[in-house]
Design a protein around this ligand. Structure first.
Ligand SMILES: *[C@@H]1O[C@H](CO)[C@@H](O)[C@H](O)[C@H]1NC(C)=O
Ligand SMILES: *[C@@H]1O[C@H](CO)[C@@H](O)[C@H](O)[C@H]1NC(C)=O
Ligand SMILES: *[C@@H]1O[C@H](CO)[C@@H](O)[C@H](O)[C@H]1NC(C)=O
Ligand SMILES: *[C@@H]1O[C@H](CO)[C@@H](O)[C@H](O)[C@H]1NC(C)=O
Ligand SMILES: [Zn+2]
Length: 619
């Protein structure tokens, strides 16, 4: 997503969320995944469900014994009564025998749950009705199965539920706008990142539980419905209601699911690879959609080419939502924007408006690869999504709209975060998020801006072509899956020779070659270097002094607000050390020399024999 305003709300929410763990420090080792001991002598050790019964799971993260494969989801919102009813069938695969299924669910009324085995489905047996326990502190429900689910089998869980359309900007919520005639119109829209899909339907609401989704939406004839995928058909129901069926999605995380019921208009175009792109806005703002269409067509073409991976869906909609919390949200195939982040009026908008709209489109389109196709394993590495999308704004807007001079604006991206990062209160980009504060801190300029800036630094260090090949490798290797920091460093330091785009893993065990060793060394070095930038907070200051015919290089932690004379300064320096890629050129030739400054002590010298001028930081 774009825009920090959204993050504040998130922080408050996560603070609450985590204090629930803190208040509930119970040891879970006594829970096997298979059953609850009904005679447990110490019921206090179990979380207690709303009905007073012990809740069989006491961790915030879901168990991984039951994994979702496919969701069949029918949603019927009513924009008059401002509520919705839903029903879903989740096809799950069971890895180990278990007597319960834990799902996320928040503020939903669960009406009915039916479990069917493969055999039930085959012989059209009705299945079993399951008891449901609810544990709101963890936003979880437990479905209790009378006979243990068997390992390696598939089951189908059908759930009926209902809720009010949410007030606010999260989950499945109501948004309103006023027509020129002064009438208020209502639309219903979703916004799920990071943990609000569970407000719209019970689900395995964690980024690594990827599944396919088949979505159906009921609506009145005066409205349209949109979702991640194109509509395949509409069927007529009684009382004039219509039901739109959408194509099944690719495998994706729950936070990227989206659907909207509205009365908007659109403009459409087609990219050179045949993807239909449409921009939607309320009828009276429709005339401001044309620039966004032009920009998104150009940018989508650019990314398909740059990443060497086609955008995998047949269509991409971008829609301007009247009430929207963040700048935009990258739902796969249906990106939602605040109106000011998408709409552009050639008569009244400024060049800086144009830059903002272009950058926000570029950011969300980059997420279709970084985030949607390859997703971070857990939210602590959100910088893998946001740092990359912010970095790709620079690359793609510079290439498609050079006249906007977006590369000038990029130094702001770095200086903004340097200000924050030079305070002792900053944090590492990738942080084990244990306490509420640490988790809340993940969604800030460190993930977005510092993430983008160190990627830019790394690109200069590796060179553009190698960096690009590395990220293509990363995207191809982890498509439809999840990744961690180390996966990125491994991909970036791959030493593949030959045809890169064939998509082979040049370092897989079956392909050991003489360059495997070189790869391992390079990979270890890169990992070590990037660890100094991602696992410790702060930024270094490089100090260079002339000593005779040499230059002495030293590094120290750059601190604002603490002077070197202050006794505190030395204490704050301790243990901070970076591997800093430096470049320089001298008056004796045009060659750009490279040097990685790895020590603090100042023993690294650059010999400067017979040279009158030396320039550092050359790219
Ligand atoms: C919403 O409810 C009203 C009655 O309150 C009904 O007339 C209308 O058809 C319903 N719309 C949908 C989409 O169900
Ligand atoms: C699920 O998504 C994968 C791609 O991630 C796709 O290959 C597969 O066909 C999809 N399954 C269904 C049932 O559409
Ligand atoms: C911007 O585009 C120019 C011209 O294509 C290119 O030389 C330069 O490297 C690009 N800068 C970035 C940051 O991508
Ligand atoms: C700097 O921050 C660390 C925690 O990251 C803390 O332990 C230390 O006391 C702080 N130092 C000062 C001088 O504030
Ligand atoms: Zn983003």
């Amino acid at each position: 997503m774009a825009n920090p305003r959204r993050k504040l709300i998130f922080n408050i929410y996560m603070g609450f969320y985590c204090s629930a763990i803190m208040a509930n420090i119970c040891i879970c080792s006594q829970f096997s995944t298979s059953s609850i001991d009904p005679f447990n002598k110490d019921p206090g050790a179990f979380p207690v469900a709303t009905n007073g019964e012990p809740f069989p799971w006491n961790e915030l993260r879901l168990p991984r014994v039951v994994v979702p494969l496919h969701y069949d989801l029918l949603v019927h919102p009513n924009l008059t009564s401002l509520d919705f009813v839903g029903s879903e069938k989740i096809e799950v695969s069971v890895r180990d025998a278990t007597q319960f299924i834990i799902l996320h669910s928040k503020d939903l009324e669960i009406m009915n749950v039916i479990l069917q085995s493969e055999e039930d489905l085959r012989y059209r047996k009705p299945g079993k009705r399951l008891n449901v326990l609810s544990y709101p502190a963890h936003q979880q429900i437990a479905l209790l199965v009378p006979e243990a689910l068997m390992a390696d089998l598939r089951y189908s869980v059908a759930i009926d539920f209902q809720a009010n359309l949410a007030n606010g900007f999260q989950g499945f919520y109501k948004s309103t706008y006023r027509t020129h005639g002064g009438k208020t119109r209502i639309i219903a829209v979703t916004d799920f990142e990071p943990t609000e899909a569970r407000m719209a339907f019970p689900c395995f609401d964690e980024p690594s539980f990827k599944a396919n989704f088949s979505i159906k939406i009921r609506r009145e004839s005066g409205h349209i419905a949109l979702s991640n995928m194109p509509k395949v058909k509409t069927i007529e129901l009684e009382e004039g209601l219509l039901e739109d069926h959408f194509e099944t999605t690719v495998k994706m995380s729950t936070y990227l699911v989206a659907y909207i019921v509205c009365d908007f208009n659109s403009v459409s175009g087609t990219t050179s690879s045949g993807v239909k792109v449409s921009i939607y806005a309320s009828p009276e703002k429709w005339s401001q959609t044309h620039y966004a269409l032009e920009a998104s067509l150009k940018l989508l073409d650019f990314y398909e080419n740059y990443f060497d991976i086609n955008y995998p869906l047949p269509k991409l909609d971008l829609i301007a939502i009247p009430d929207f919390e963040s700048g935009a949200m990258e739902n796969w195939g249906l990106i939602t924007y605040k109106e000011t982040s998408l709409l552009f009026d050639t008569k009244t908008s400024s060049v800086s408006d144009q830059l903002w709209v272009t950058k926000t489109i570029a950011h969300e389109l980059a997420h279709q690869w970084f985030g949607n196709l390859v997703t971070m394993e857990w939210w602590n590495d959100i910088w893998l999504n946001e740092g990359f999308a912010t970095y790709m704004e620079l690359v793609s807007v510079n290439a498609t709209y050079p006249e906007l001079q977006s590369d000038d604006a990029f130094s702001d991206v770095c200086f903004t975060v340097i200000k924050k990062d030079s305070l002792n209160s900053s944090r590492p980009i990738s942080n084990q998020a244990e306490t509420p504060t640490q988790i809340a801190e993940m969604f800030d300029s460190v993930s977005y801006n510092k993430g983008a800036c160190i990627l830019n630094m790394l690109k200069d260090f590796l060179n553009e072509e190698k960096f690009r090949k590395g990220i293509i490798h990363y995207l191809k290797t982890f498509s439809y899956g999840n990744a961690k920091n180390d996966d990125l460093w491994n991909s970036l330091s791959n030493n593949c020779l030959g045809d890169f785009t064939s998509g082979e893993f040049c370092y897989s065990d079956s392909k050991m070659t003489s360059n495997t060793l070189a790869f391992r060394e390079e990979s270890a070095e890169l990992k070590e270097m990037m660890a100094t930038w991602t696992l410790q907070k702060g930024i270094p200051l490089v100090v260079i002094t002339r000593e005779g015919r040499s230059l002495r290089l030293q590094q120290e932690r750059f601190l604002s607000g603490v002077s070197k004379e202050d006794p505190e300064w030395r204490a704050l320096q301790e243990r901070y050390l970076w591997h800093i890629p430096l470049t320089y050129t001298t008056s004796s030739s045009n060659v750009i020399h490279r040097h990685v400054l790895k020590s603090r002590t100042g023993n690294e010298l650059i010999s400067q024999v017979g040279v009158s001028i030396l320039k550092l930081n050359m790219f």
